[in-house]
Design a protein around this ligand. Structure first.
Ligand SMILES: [Cu+2]
Length: 68
């Protein structure tokens, strides 16, 4: 079990949250995705350590970006 936290920029509404959750949720091993729309903070639980690049690729796939 591993937890990763990233900050996603560009989300403006619950549709954005749903898109990001869906793309990150599709990464193998991910068990839960918790998105805070106000802060852009995304907490991801997974069965194994996630490749940060897989996460940023998923976020970009959804149309957003991972910020500092
Ligand atoms: Cu939106």
């Amino acid at each position: 079990m591993s937890t990763s936290t990233v900050t996603v920029t560009g989300m403006t509404c619950n549709h954005c949250v749903a898109s990001v959750s869906e793309e990150i949720g599709a990464i193998p091993g991910v068990t839960s995705v918790d998105v805070d729309l106000t802060t852009g903070k995304v907490v991801i639980d997974s069965t194994t350590d996630l490749d940060p690049r897989a996460v940023s690729d998923a976020v970009e796939e959804a149309g957003y970006s991972v910020g500092g």
